[in-house]
Design a protein around this ligand. Sequence first.
Ligand code: SAH
Ligand code: MG
Length: 216
Amino acid sequence: MPAAPQPEILAAFEAAKGFMPLDEGLALHDAAVTAGRLGLPLLEVGTYCGRSTILLADAARAAGVSALTVDHHRGSEEQQPGWDYHDPETVDPEVGLMDTLPTFRRTLFKAGLEEHVVALVGRSPRIAAVWNSPLGFVFVDGGHTDEHATADYEGWAPHVAEGGLLVIHDVFPHPEDEFTGQAPYRVYLRALGSGAFTEVSATGSLRVLRRTGAGI
Ligand code: SAH
Ligand code: MG
């Protein structure tokens, strides 16, 4: 059985704003601990307020690697004012736009995990365009439009090292279960269809794939 996170890590996770239920969080943590053994950085697309980042940071600490987390911190389409997933506390009153960076920093500070995390603030494709080193783990939990989800896959999946893990959140095979669209499901199918990834586990809407082949 995988080592579950320590109680203080779980408490910090539960206290953080975000969109990850506990069962999926435990599966994410387990995957990150496993991938951490490769000794390569762990990367997340979609930081928001740092809820899932806590789990990656804990795994990174155990492995002696860094957790990298990518977000422009202006929120996804469905998190904007007037939409279902909007939280008014995430709006910066001075500029009138969402800014989840301050909350993210508080989340990590309170969890005692700042040391293990590198925040990359910007658009995922722009950061991917200048990225050129192998990753042991990529967690795709960013924008849910086809444009964003596809760009995240194309930008980051090629950097997953052989034996490393690609984890995709919000995979809903049945349209009636979808909340924010089926783009992550289409990306998941594409990853499996590429021949480069093999499914390891499924927990709720979280899918863990292992890189077992070359071409993507
Ligand atoms: N992993 C988080 C939830 C992420 S929500 C948790 O566990 O709670 C999705 C995040 O993706 C939002 O914060 C949004 O700002 C970010 N995002 C969406 N599209 C993006 C893009 N193209 N580049 C960078 N960040 C993006
Ligand atoms: Mg998600």
